[in-house]
Design a protein around this ligand. Structure first.
Ligand code: ADP
Length: 542
């Protein structure tokens, strides 16, 4: 027997329509590429997304067509999220930090029909345009006054002109909630990038779950500034969960330095933010140097790579900002786990609580997870057994766009490529990417644990640990360190810093100092590059 409830598909357009109706005057504030601060409301955004939807139709964009964007976090990008998906076309966000060749490859693979871009990225558009096989037009996300006087790309279209020609009052179409809504390619550190193709249903379920109190705890009383880019897994879903709850949205545009972010946090009374550890490093350094505080910021979610405990401590103890350590990936829309304590932890000492807060946290309802050994057998949740982490759920991919890479699932589970432990309470700790784990004498050493300890040293700005070939043990850890400007520290001092913090056999065999650690397009350390650079380092013989 079927239930007797209304048959209403979960569609992305309904999220913005809800925000426009129930949070009409809630603000969306953007620092624009042109430099000024732009302010409007959910009602304005909804009206303009409707005009955009009409404009897309006029340009020949139809159901399931892909439309690319190369853009910062800003109100026009937000309108594209809704205008494109709202008509059943596919919003394809492209990471502008990729090499132009990769951008062209991705846009061709996706068969993007149009490409919208912020003016900052005009040079990229000029470089890739001749190589784009399916793109019929390029739209500059600006007004007539700021259109480039000349460009190598003929017939550039102007975003505001497109909207001006259209009328208000667009009626969003209704269609199957399993229709593709947006497309995001993984960064492809190995092989070609692969596309995760989200659906309306997966996006809305993810937005609901993200807003829950034990997830990101988003509400209509929040002002939320996603530092995480809208081209990196839909700003971790915040582009949907903010209008879903009616939170004020603050978009930082291209200026992600410590000063610009701190200014916006203060002037817009931001309560919650989100970003990768490398961004917060810059912000914390700026705030410390200038002896500043956060007047309204109460919490921030940090993920994308492991958040060093020293950073969590700095935020919490020095600035009273709670860190929600979270884990996820492009293939998971992205949220998998978030760290929030349970009632039984509230009586623990601060140090004991901190021991839990540094983990990647508990699974959000909608994500099931397990760890397995190399033989595929499930491992116990004892907080000690390391295993390959597998997930499943309604916002986890079941394959990639165009079947790229074949069927990734193992008995219905998606292998994340991460290695983790899970505590009896379900708190998960990522110990490594499986390709970064250091295998020494048949045992595994966690590079993340060793890095976290190194960055807690006051003279260390950044640290990476890689495995280097060893005749007896197969691999041994090598610590690669960037010192803070003006700071001095020796190899011996750094190795001594590990005393009592790890098992003796985990101690790195050597330390090398370098000027910079290469970062990938999503702000993560590029260990593949480090292995090329330092993989043949000769370890001292004991
Ligand atoms: P990419 O395209 O680089 O894979 P993703 O954002 O999808 O971009 O990366 C997902 C991976 O990032 C995860 O599989 C994991 O290895 C790493 N990651 C994400 N969050 C965390 C975290 N909190 N701690 C450790 N690693 C993380």
């Amino acid at each position: 027997m079927l239930g007797i409830m209304q048959d209403q598909p979960l569609l992305i357009s309904s999220v913005l329509a809800h925000a426009a109706r129930h949070h009409a005057d809630t603000e969306i504030v953007s620092r624009t590429v042109e430099g000024s601060i732009h302010r409007y409301t959910y009602a304005d955004a909804h009206r303009r997304a409707g005009r955009l939807a009409r404009a897309l139709g006029a340009l020949g964009v139809g159901f399931s067509d892909r439309v690319g964007t190369l853009a910062w976090n800003g109100y026009r990008h937000f309108e594209l999220y809704y205008g494109i998906s709202g008509i059943g076309a596919v919003m394809h966000t492209i990471n502008p930090r990729l090499h132009p060749e990769q951008i062209a490859w991705i846009a061709n693979h996706a068969e993007d029909k149009l490409l919208f871009f912020d003016l900052t990225f005009l040079p990229i558009i000029e470089a890739v345009a001749p190589h784009m096989r399916t793109c019929k037009g390029f739209v500059a996300m600006t007004d007539r006054a700021h259109m480039p006087a000349s460009s190598k790309v003929a017939g550039l279209l102007c975003y505001e002109d497109l909207l001006e020609r259209e009328s208000d009052g667009f009626e969003w179409p209704t269609f199957d909630e399993n229709t593709a809504s947006s497309l995001c390619y993984t960064s492809g550190t190995t092989g070609n990038p692969k596309g995760a193709l989200y659906t309306h249903r997966s996006t809305i379920l993810h937005a609901y779950a993200s807003a829950l109190p034990d997830t990101l705890d988003c509400s209509a009383r929040d002002a939320i500034l996603p530092v995480v880019p809208m081209f990196h897994v839909n700003a971790w879903g915040l582009a949907y969960s903010c209008p879903l709850v009616g939170a004020k949205l603050v978009f930082p545009g291209p200026q992600l330095d410590g000063k610009s972010l701190h200014d916006l946090f203060e002037t817009e009374k931001v309560t919650f933010s989100a970003g990768v550890p490398t961004v917060w490093q810059g912000l914390l350094a700026y705030v410390k140097q200038n002896n500043l505080r956060f007047s309204t910021l109460s919490r921030t979610v940090i993920g994308g790579s492991s958040c060093p405990p020293a950073m969590i401590k700095a935020f919490q103890d020095d600035y009273g900002v709670r860190v929600l350590h979270a884990w996820g990936m492009t293939e998971m829309s992205p949220l998998g786990t978030v760290c929030n304590l349970k009632t039984k932890h509230l009586g623990l000492t601060k140090d004991e609580q901190f021991g839990i807060e540094v983990t990647q946290g508990r699974a959000v309802y909608g994500v099931d997870m397990k760890i397995v050994g190399d033989d595929g057998q499930e491992l116990p949740w004892d907080g000690k057994s390391f295993g390959n982490l597998l997930v499943r759920g309604p916002w986890v991919v079941k394959g990639y766009f165009k079947g790229e890479g074949g069927d990734p699932l193992v008995d219905g589970w998606f292998p994340t490529g991460d290695v983790a432990t899970i505590s009896p309470d379900g708190f998960m700790t990522i110990t490594d990417r499986s390709k970064d784990v250091i295998k020494s004498g048949g045992e595994w050493i966690s590079s993340i644990d060793l890095e976290n300890i190194a960055v807690a040293h006051p003279a260390v700005l950044q640290a990476a640990v890689i495995g280097v070939a060893h005749p007896k043990w197969d691999e041994r850890p090598l610590l690669i360190v960037v010192r803070k400007p003006g700071a001095q520290v020796t190899r011996e001092e750094l190795l001594g810093f590990y005393d009592g913090k790890i098992a003796k056999w985990w101690l790195p065999d050597d330390v090398v100092f370098t000027d910079a650690i290469p970062l990938g397009a999503t702000g993560k350390m590029l260990k593949t590059k480090l292995r090329e650079q330092f993989g043949s380092h000769r370890l001292p013989t004991a």
